[in-house]
Design a protein around this ligand. Structure first.
Ligand code: SF4
Length: 315
């Protein structure tokens, strides 16, 4: 176990971890999950943004990361967040495409407006866009349907269906499968940040409804950075009395990963920042785990851990 922050400064002392184990009746152990935090795609987008901001003006099409605190930090450095309407009126500027990716329409608009694109589409998403495009071309010859298991309106999903001119069915859960014609071939893909268990359940539900002899193929395209974190986070949550999961509420992978914590430890709380911590959560608590989503900055988890360590009203 990594003890990142273990002192209760109201007592005016800081003890090394070994002493704290002996004195644990008075002290709360706080561990920050060292595997939580930005995924590769988000790190790449943020580092690129910071480099570009050092050199001058930069716009981001949509929020570069689903975390208001991190976004505020980047805005203070000069990042300007642009809406799609804003893109259509901008000219001769630099615009960053975030890790979620974009449909071809966005690139056309940027060309028309003489914008310089700084493309930070995550390579994992880019590969998925290409796979979907290739599959769609083949499916068209078989009168088939392409299904995407994802959140309607999510930027990544918009980027995916944009590759197909919008000709795909987006389903968020088993209940939405009624829109599928099971007498025609079906190919199923997933948004990269979905839950692997939910994807498996959806596959089974489609399989059960397919008409005899009609083909169905599913491709598990959930990102390894999300899928791998679920069991690891569940194990982390299970070994603490209380878990503080730090994430923007808009983050899809945040919701999936928080569900993994919650199922392993009912005393798991989703917070956007330290200001949401409630003292009542820590009754009879000897250890606190702090973890987060792929869009949660490390510094924010550290801030949360420090708040638990320092707040006078936390038992
Ligand atoms: S979760 Fe995976 S696919 Fe999505 S941005 Fe991060 S690394 Fe890329």
């Amino acid at each position: 176990m990594v003890l990142q922050s273990v002192k209760k400064t109201k007592r005016g002392v800081t003890l090394p971890p070994a002493s704290l184990i002996l004195c644990s009746i008075h002290y709360v152990y706080i561990e920050i999950d060292h595997k939580s935090g930005f995924c590769y795609g988000v790190v790449r987008a943020i580092q690129t943004a910071e480099q570009m901001l050092d050199a001058g003006e930069l716009f981001s099409l949509g929020e570069i990361v689903h975390n208001d605190r991190e976004l505020d930090r980047l805005k203070k450095k000069g990042l300007q967040v642009l809406s799609y309407d804003g893109l259509a009126t901008l000219r001769d500027k630099k615009v960053l495409i975030r890790a979620h990716g974009e449909p071809p329409e966005t690139y056309r608009t940027a060309r028309d407006r003489r914008l310089t694109i700084v493309d930070c589409t995550c390579p994992v998403v880019l590969k998925l866009q290409e796979r979907i495009k290739a599959c769609y071309a083949e499916l068209k010859t078989q009168n088939g349907q392409l299904l995407i298991f994802g959140k309607r309106g999510h930027a990544e999903v918009n980027g995916l269906i944009g590759q197909l001119g919008g000709d795909a069915l987006v389903v968020e859960n088993v209940a939405q499968l009624d829109a599928v014609d099971f007498s025609r071939p079906v190919r199923l893909f997933s948004q990269t940040t979905n839950s692997p268990q939910a994807f498996r359940a959806l596959c089974e539900a489609v399989k059960a409804r397919m008409h005899p002899g009609v083909s169905f193929e599913a491709s598990n395209t959930i990102c390894g950075q999300v899928a791998g974190r679920q069991p690891q986070l569940a194990a982390f949550a299970a070994r603490h009395d209380v878990v503080l999961f730090v994430s923007g509420r808009k983050s899809s992978n945040g919701q999936v990963l928080f569900a993994a914590c919650r199922s392993a430890n009912p005393r798991s709380y989703l917070i956007e920042d330290a200001g949401e911590i409630e003292a009542g959560w820590f009754t009879a608590c000897r250890s606190v785990g702090v973890c987060g989503a792929t869009s949660t900055p490390k510094w924010l988890m550290e801030e949360v851990a420090a708040t638990v360590a320092n707040r006078e009203d936390i038992p």
